[in-house]
Write a protein that binds this ligand. Structure first.
Ligand code: ZN
Length: 234
């Protein structure tokens, strides 16, 4: 009897500790998100209406827009984005639903170091579309692009579970997004071609170091350089 009582007391304490940890995690998350939101206020008020205005099209509730400094590839961006979304939907409906849930806009714009990135404010998946060289190998880059959309939507799903992207959590978060990307790409494999081995490299956090440690000004300079580079191609 005494043993039963102490076991149930143990369960109650563990439940209380789990609830407290969950509440603390949510408080930490809301503090982090509030700071991030206030810093991103200009982004929301200026850029989100612009994404609406410059909407090229949409696919099943996901708006596709352009904020690039070189709009010469708008039509290709729209076409390839729809194809990539259809590919995810056809092969992996669960991860496609995640994209629908977590991504409001897919926007072509210049990025400092990455091919794609997720912004919680506005639920925006930013894509530096010119980094995907469809002219060189359309099949490979379409699959790579689709897997990037899965990766970025996973960032959204992690935010939805109240886990903020901080210096402490970011490595584990990127690893999880990379794993989800890998699970999707494995569905592309055929007996003739092992796409999963060609598109996804093993996880290596050093790939993210440039964006983690660049600093605000360095990143600004990189984006400026990227814009100049992209404008030259007009
Ligand atoms: Zn990521």
């Amino acid at each position: 009897m005494a043993e039963t009582l102490s076991t149930s007391r143990g369960h109650a304490i563990r439940r209380w500790l789990a609830r407290t940890a969950s509440t603390l995690r949510r408080i930490r998350f809301w503090v982090h998100i509030s700071v991030q939101k206030s810093l991103s206020y200009p982004f929301v008020t200026i850029l989100c209406p612009r994404y609406h205005r410059d909407r090229l099209g949409s696919y099943k509730g996901i708006d596709i827009s352009s904020a690039s400094f070189n709009r010469s590839n708008d039509a290709e961006f729209l076409e390839r984005t729809v194809q990539a979304l259809q590919m995810v939907e056809r092969l992996d409906v669960r991860r496609f639903r995640r994209i629908q849930r977590e991504v409001r806009f897919i926007v072509n714009c210049e990025l400092s170091d990455a091919g794609a990135s997720y912004r919680r404010t506005g639920h925006v998946c930013q894509v530096d579309f010119r980094r995907y060289d469809f002219g060189r190998d359309a099949e490979w880059y379409l699959r790579s692009y689709a897997s990037a959309l899965v990766h970025e939507a996973t960032h959204g799903a992690i935010y939805s579970r109240y886990v903020a992207y901080t210096p402490k959590s970011r490595c584990a978060i990127e690893r999880l997004c990379h794993t989800e990307e890998h699970r999707f790409v494995m569905r592309l494999d055929t007996p003739e071609r092992r796409w999963s081995e060609q598109i996804i490299r093993p996880f290596d956090e050093r790939r993210w170091h440039a964006s983690w440690y660049a600093g605000f000004f360095r990143r600004g300079i990189r984006i400026g350089e990227r814009i100049v580079e992209v404008k030259r191609r007009a």
